[in-house]
Design a protein around this ligand. Structure first.
Ligand code: TPP
Length: 263
């Protein structure tokens, strides 16, 4: 079941990016298992009632990986899968960076990196004030963690004891133009977040059981899950290759990738 759904999500991402000749396929492929576990195993959400007051909320702060979120929402039944054909095309419906007004199920627009954590903290505070049981999940890129605004959020969330907030860092170790540890070395990222008072977890971000256990584990403080992932995961020639941040597959590459993902 896990495998079938994650494979379908990967196929949708591939088709969307190929059709629109757009970027960020590697960034999408590293977060498929995380999105799958959130939307199919953990979050209390109902595609038939996307505005339910007490729902859990997810913010994809690395909004350039929009294709992965749109594909997961379609798979979950928030909207018809056919709408994915309208990704990043002229007169399309689904913009290249996440748009909360495009389709049901999206909680925040994103794309300018560094804002999702603060938005999530605001939502978590609002839920506390109104006794709303909804939990807030925020997914950050590891390169995105170079943004100063992220560290304002890292400092304030434990002070406010936001135990209704979970952050997942997609540690795929690559950014747009290079390796994360060569740009700003945060190889001790867990110790850094821990020092500010976060509950920390270090997991394999492609192991769905590990992801589920980490997400469901009780925590009294805000939690950060550092998910070790592979950029381009699932398509062999894209794995851990910087060029697939911006590159779009040509027809030959598309066919090869599709064959790898199989039926
Ligand atoms: C504020 C801001 N600066 C620059 C960019 C351009 N940009 C898009 S993706 C990216 C790299 C992000 O790297 P990372 O967070 O590691 O995500 P990944 O794509 O590796 O998953 C950059 C710099 C942006 N979207 N927003």
């Amino acid at each position: 079941m896990n495998l079938m759904i994650t494979k379908e999500i990967r196929k949708s991402i591939l088709q969307m990016v190929y059709r629109s000749k757009s970027s960020h396929i590697g960034s999408c492929l590293s977060i498929v298992e995380i999105l799958y576990v959130l939307y199919f195993k953990v979050m209390r959400i109902d595609p038939a009632h996307p505005d339910n007051e007490s729902r859990d909320k997810f913010i994809l702060s690395k909004g350039h990986a929009s294709a992965a979120l749109y594909a997961t929402l379609a798979e979950k039944g928030f909207f018809q899968k056919q709408l994915l054909e309208r990704f990043y095309v002229d007169y399309g419906l689904l913009p290249g960076h996440v748009d909360m007004k495009a389709v049901p199920g999206i909680e925040a627009s994103s794309g300018s990196l560094g804002h999702g954590l603060s938005i999530g903290i605001g939502m978590a505070i609002a839920n506390k004030l109104s006794n709303n049981p909804g939990h807030i999940y925020v997914l950050l890129g590891d390169g995105e963690c170079n943004e100063g605004s992220i560290w304002e959020g890292v400092m304030i969330a434990p002070m406010l004891k936001l135990d209704n907030l979970t952050v997942i860092i997609d540690l795929n170790k690559l950014q747009g133009y290079g390796r994360s540890d060569e740009i700003i070395n945060q190889s001790n990222i867990i110790e850094r977040w821990k020092a500010f008072g976060w509950d920390t977890y270090d997991i394999d971000g492609h192991d769905t059981e590990e992801i589920e256990v980490a997400l469901k584990y009780y925590h009294s403080m805000p939690k950060v899950i550092v998910a070790n992932t592979i950029k381009g995961k699932g398509i062999s020639f894209m794995e851990n290759k910087l060029e697939w941040h911006y590159k779009s597959p040509n027809t030959e590459e598309y066919q090869k990738a599709l064959a790898e993902l199989g039926d």
